[in-house]
Design a protein around this ligand. Structure first.
Ligand code: 13P
Length: 249
């Protein structure tokens, strides 16, 4: 059985006191689903969040990392640093990193390797832009994003990979992919995996959908057979909304 996962991508939101009060609110919510729950505060609040939640059923994860072990990379954070405070999962390849920080497939392949080498789990994000979809190129774009950054890996590495399909046109826009569009793309992603790594690997990898998931649409999106959860932006910043999405399974 694939893992169901609902991860909150907090992006560059919440200082220390807001982080602490949102975590307090999250701890007061009741979870009625089996989904794994994750939140990703900013780097400055990771340790505090991790320390507060160490006995809770909410994993604290990072939004990014550098590929190098350490060294002269001013402003960067390594996998080893994340691990040293207990963080075991990192989001890589988010479209905002690709767009605003020029992260390419080649760079992301290095980051993925560095995370896996440290025994971390990667939530690997990708997705087409609106122009790609309008031109009917969404599968070609998504296929190449996955292949370029991940298909040098061995089959066993996929035990530590979670995929997150996030169509750029649906992020923060209020416009979601329809459940059918999400299902079609997730099925394509799983087939792409199966063609190279076989059905056993493809069937075991969780594929999350991200892009304007809200309490009102989560249940329908999650009901699709190849959608194994969500990567949630805006709605993850309110504890009640986030848990309504978690409990949509
Ligand atoms: P929204 O849920 O705000 O559209 O953001 C999605 C996202 O980027 C999650 O990584």
């Amino acid at each position: 059985m694939r893992k169901q996962i609902v991860a909150g991508n907090w992006k560059m939101n919440n200082g220390l006191s807001q982080t602490q009060s949102l975590i307090t609110d999250l701890r007061n919510q009741t979870k009625t689903s089996d989904a794994e729950v994750m939140i990703s505060p900013s780097f400055t609040n990771l340790w505090s969040a991790f320390d507060t939640l160490r006995k809770d059923d909410i994993e604290v994860i990072a939004q990014n990392m550098h590929f190098a072990e350490d060294g002269a990379y001013t402003g960067e954070v390594s996998a080893g640093m994340l691990k040293s405070i207990g963080i075991k999962t990192v989001i890589l390849g988010h479209s905002e990193r690709r767009e605003y920080f020029n992260e390419t497939d080649e760079l992301l392949a290095k980051k993925v390797d560095a995370a896996l080498a440290k025994g971390m789990r990667v939530i690997f994000c990708f997705g087409e832009e609106l122009a790609d979809r309008k031109a009917g190129n969404e599968e070609a774009v998504v296929g190449s994003q996955i292949k370029n950054a991940l298909f040098h890996l061995g089959a066993a590495d996929f035990q530590n990979i979670v995929l997150a399909y996030e169509p750029v046109w649906a992020i923060g826009t209020g416009e979601t992919a329809s459940p059918e569009q999400a299902q079609d793309m997730h099925a394509f992603i799983r087939k792409t995996l199966a063609d190279t790594y076989g059905n056993d690997v493809a069937d075991a990898v969780s594929i999350l959908y991200g892009g304007s998931v809200k309490p009102a649409n989560a249940e329908e999106i999650f009901s699709k057979p190849d959608v194994d959860g969500g990567l949630i932006g805006g709605a993850s910043l309110k504890a009640e909304d986030f848990f309504a999405i978690v409990n949509a399974f």
